[in-house]
Design a protein around this ligand. Structure first.
Ligand code: CP
Length: 317
């Protein structure tokens, strides 16, 4: 495996399974009275977030600290980038400080890969979400959460075979959808993406999925409904229906949730637009809504990723 994690499409099924199985070990660590191991003592990880984040940033931070690494926060708004320093020179400066890994979120698709190509194999680059392109740790944590729900653990041969996942909403602008599809497909799930045509990706014929614009027609067949956030910040000029029409056709309203088998699982990567993708009552009261479980598992998944990228040859403890 490369020193970098940029896109789940760079990994084969075994590479994804290896990270999910490692996550089992870090879920166990996270449940200890003192959920901390010395595995990455002496390593330094820089958090470089050019876009806002709550879940990803805090869980990478917590993951690094639970592995006993030092964390360096890069202040994107007050750094010397504002004086005209190039990102390339900034990365070179961070590397010269002795950092072992860069965790990068950026609005430009492909920027973490450019950084990785610049640093070669000297330090690790981990993509924490780039534009519309990829959010690999979200894909891993979503897949892990489903494996855990259906099989208790991922195990060494993690599988979602026999599970039909519907991914609903703004697929076109969603890096989460792209990484979820990569992870679910690697584990053998059947995937249907469900969106109005304006929110379907232009190259959807190349995706390993079925496509529908009719949630109510597909809903009875699904084991998992993966809701996505309406991403107003990425929509540009793509005209969608009104929010009211969107809710009527694609929102997880109480009526729609009540029509589903109780065992059907609902996921959402967050942050949630309450009352749009999902009704308050469904989010707060329905069983098998795994939103908080996804967040919890995000820490163990990111521990697994950091350990895999930086901890070669080291015992977890
Ligand atoms: N799911 C996700 O990436 O959330 P944040 O933007 O809060 O990190």
């Amino acid at each position: 495996m490369s020193k970098h994690l940029l896109d789940l499409n760079d990994l084969d099924s075994d590479g994804i399974r290896e990270l999910l199985h490692l996550t089992d070990l870090f879920v166990e660590v996270s449940q200890r009275p003192i959920p901390k191991v010395p595995a990455l003592r002496g390593r330094t990880i820089a958090m470089i977030f050019f876009e806002d984040s709550t879940r990803t940033r805090m869980s990478f931070d917590l993951a690094a600290k639970r592995l006993s690494a030092d964390v360096l926060d890069f202040p994107t708004h007050t750094s010397s980038l504002s004086k005209g320093e190039s990102l390339q020179d900034t990365v070179e400066t961070i590397r010269a400080l002795g950092v072992d890994a860069l965790v990068i979120r950026h609005g430009s698709s492909g920027l973490p890969r450019e950084v990785a190509e610049g640093v070669g194999e000297t330090i690790s680059v981990i993509n924490a979400g780039d534009g519309l392109n990829a959010h690999p740790t979200q894909g891993l944590l979503d897949a892990y959460t489903l494996c855990q729900h259906f099989n208790e653990v991922a195990g060494s041969n993690a599988s979602l075979s026999g599970i039909h996942v519907g991914i609903v909403g703004d697929i076109k602008h969603s890096r989460v959808a792209r990484s979820d599809v990569a992870a679910y497909n690697a584990l053998g799930a059947k995937i249907t993406i469900i969106a109005p045509s304006a929110l379907q990706p232009d190259d959807v014929q190349n995706w390993p999925v079925e496509v529908s614009d009719n949630l109510d027609a597909v809903l009875p067949n699904l084991d998992v409904v993966g809701l996505l956030r309406i991403q107003k910040e990425r929509m540009g000029n793509d005209a969608v229906t009104s929010i009211a029409d969107y809710i009527e056709c694609y929102g997880m309203t109480e009526a729609r949730a009540n029509s589903m088998r109780p065992e059907v699982v609902i996921t959402h990567p967050g942050p949630v637009n309450r009352g749009i993708e999902i009704a308050d009552a469904v989010l707060d009261k329905r069983p098998n809504v795994l939103v908080n479980k996804q967040v919890t598992n995000g820490v163990a998944v990111r521990m697994a990723v950091l350990f895999r990228m930086l901890g070669s040859g080291i015992e977890i403890d």
